[in-house]
Design a protein around this ligand. Structure first.
Ligand code: CP
Length: 325
């Protein structure tokens, strides 16, 4: 267990050691237990977290806000459109000023090629830690909650197979932050990671290289597949969700044209039955119901999506309690 995490940014789990991530997961389980027992745990009394959003959210906003209240502090919601961010406040102003007002700055900025850079600039200027509420490249708090869920449902993750598969969606072009973060973290926990996607939905080469390196270092495996059903066969964990063909195009019309080629990539009961009998189905939500995943799967016996969403609260409380000062 690591006890010196005060002031640390959480921008990607890849920048935290495995032992530090273990510490977060340990504390998250402990805080979940305390909440279940009704034990007070006001570890951040009088502390304030800035939450700056450039993009919509349900779970992330609600779980950070509820989490800060349960820790005895306050979360301050800010929207880029209704602040002077829209009139010239730069990342430097946000880091310098909000880093002095509050004990942590949480940001969601998912614009391709911009979100992660924005967070790095804020972190450079801020005396308080920066917590990534999702950028174009990473969604670390989602993935910490996912790992916590896997440990709860499947026990020791070592040797388990996880299929991270693309799925069709019609609502909007979703960021690559979830599949990136999944392949980076799960390969560090000894899992056999299958990334299954059509050829146009590649992840960035540097992410793929890091995942391969993690697999070598942690004695796990990382395989890229293009056959949807072969990818699901005999898996222990099926994590099926959509993301945009962002390495190929950032033009919305071209994106739609490419994405519409794969309308049959839906997580349905027939495919769920190809996984192991006790396999779990995961999705970070929101999902395009009956387009990306059928109701039968999302609401079915394999699905753990609501426990997974709950764990956002506990994982984030752990990160905040360990890093904010
Ligand atoms: N999973 C997730 O980040 O949900 P929101 O977009 O609702 O925050």
């Amino acid at each position: 267990m690591q006890t010196d995490l005060r002031g640390r940014d959480m921008i990607t789990t890849q920048e935290w050691t495995k032992e530090e991530i273990d510490t977060v997961l340990d504390v998250a389980m402990e805080l979940k237990r305390k909440r279940a027992l009704g034990e007070p745990h006001a570890l951040l009394r009088d502390k304030v977290l800035t939450m700056l959003f450039f993009f919509s959210s349900t779970r992330t906003r609600a779980s950070f806000e509820a989490g800060m209240a349960q820790l005895g502090g306050h979360a301050m919601f800010m929207d880029s459109k209704t602040t002077q961010v829209s009139h010239g406040d730069t990342a430097k102003e946000i880091g310098q000023i909000l880093g002095r007002y509050t004990s942590g700055i949480a940001i969601r900025q998912v614009d391709w090629g911009a979100g992660n850079q924005y967070m790095r600039w804020v972190a450079e200027a801020s005396r308080s830690p920066v917590l990534n509420m999702q950028c174009d490249l990473y969604h670390p708090h989602q993935i910490l909650a996912d790992m916590m869920t896997i440990m709860e449902k499947k026990g020791d993750p070592r040797g388990k197979t996880i299929t991270v598969s693309w799925a069709y969606a019609s609502s909007y072009s979703k960021p690559q932050s979830v599949p990136n973060s999944l392949v980076l973290l799960m390969t560090r926990y000894g899992m056999n990671v299958r990334l299954v996607r059509p050829p146009e939905f590649k992840l960035k080469p540097e992410i793929v290289e890091q995942a391969k390196e993690n697999a070598r270092k942690y004695h796990s495996s990382f395989e890229i597949m293009e056959d949807f059903e072969a990818g699901v066969k005999d898996t222990d964990i099926w994590y099926a969700k959509s993301w945009g063909p962002l390495l190929v195009t950032q033009d919305p019309k071209e994106d739609r044209r490419i994405t519409d080629r794969y309308k049959d990539w839906i997580a349905d009961e027939r495919r769920m039955a190809m996984a192991n009998e006790d396999a779990i189905y995961m999705h970070p939500l929101p999902a395009d119901r009956n387009i990306e995943v059928t109701d039968d799967v999302l609401d079915g016996p394999h699905s753990v999506v609501f426990d997974q969403a709950e764990n956002r609260l506990h994982a984030q409380k752990a990160v905040m309690a360990l890093t904010m000062k």
